[in-house]
Design a binder for this molecule. Structure first.
Ligand SMILES: Nc1ncnc2c1ncn2[C@@H]1O[C@H](COP(=O)(O)OP(=O)(O)OP(=O)(O)O)[C@@H](O)[C@H]1O
Ligand SMILES: [Mg+2]
Length: 271
């Protein structure tokens, strides 16, 4: 079986067409379908059912080409699409071996991707490290199947550790973004200690309702994470300015100078 899909985004030069379906290499599967490598740069995502995947195509078509969104090359068949290939963020060693500087850049990538998604009238509805891939060192969002477009109901939902309840709103995407930041910085999902509990979703819901979030004192970006979790950010634009002001605060010379002065003040004076 072969396909002669037409390019729909500015991803270039594009996969070898027509696709040799017999040569596809299975990579992974999710709840809606399976993902196969076409070659080193492109994958084919095939939906289990014919009517699955429609929303994802619509969303990717609307999102077009953006640095923090997976490149979309259009349909291969009625139930499969061609996407730029990345390395899943949760592949072994990706988070574990990344430097802090790299992690901070990744955190910014996801924020920019999510801001853009929201600006296009889309709520992702399954924000999480499972739905992020690395392409040329940058993070890009994948998996738009089940997202909410223009206020329509989402059919996707967050993983239990990325959501505080069953809602799908801008705020729930921002909550999940806070969980992504936590997982990138610590290497573990939020509420990981509840993994073995049968009622972990309910336990998380209760903890969040009582604002009993994981202890992140001393963690980089702890203020930003906490504001994502507590619902005080109204938009990803607010999140990005908080990220910016945190990094500015960390690096700004006046703050450094004042710390130095305080430290000098505590030094014993020479006799
Ligand atoms: N563009 C890509 N490059 C590399 N791997 C990918 C790509 N897209 C998807 N994958 C892999 O396939 C998995 C399943 O893809 P995706 O999340 O899009 O499918 P899904 O069926 O909608 O998933 P879910 O189980 O989250 O509903 C991803 O978690 C990832 O490991
Ligand atoms: Mg997924």
């Amino acid at each position: 079986m072969t396909s002669t899909g037409k390019p729909r985004s500015s991803c270039s030069p594009g996969p070898q067409l027509p696709i040799d379906f017999d040569a596809l290499e299975f990579l992974a599967h999710g709840t809606s379908g399976a993902v196969y490598a076409i070659d080193k740069d492109w994958v084919l995502k095939e939906s289990w059912e014919l009517d699955r995947g429609i929303v994802e195509r619509q969303a990717l078509g609307r999102l077009g080409s953006h640095a923090k969104i997976i490149g979309y090359f259009g349909e291969a068949t009625s139930n499969s699409i061609i996407l730029e290939r990345g390395i899943p963020l949760l592949s072994p060693d990706q988070i574990g071996l990344a430097s802090t500087q790299k992690k901070l850049a990744w955190i910014r990538d996801v924020a920019e991707g999510l801001l853009y998604i929201h600006q296009q009238g889309i709520i992702h509805a399954d924000v999480g490290c499972e739905n992020i891939v690395i392409v040329d060192g940058q993070l890009k969002m994948i998996d738009f199947e089940g997202c909410s477009m223009d206020g329509k109901e989402a059919t996707a939902g967050y993983k239990w550790y990325n959501s505080k309840d069953d809602s799908v709103t801008l705020q729930s995407d921002i909550f999940a973004y806070g969980c992504v930041v936590y997982q990138i910085l610590t290497g573990k999902p939020t509420f990981h200690e509840l993994t073995e509990s049968d009622d972990r979703r309910e336990l998380v819901r209760r903890r969040c309702a009582e604002h009993r979030f994981p202890d992140i004192q001393g963690l980089l970006l702890s203020d930003v994470i906490l504001h994502c979790w507590s619902g005080s950010f109204k938009s990803m634009a607010e999140v990005i300015s908080a990220l910016d002001s945190t990094s500015t605060r960390r690096l700004s010379p006046p703050r450094l100078t004042s710390i130095l002065w305080k430290w000098i003040g505590t030094c014993p004076r020479p006799k």
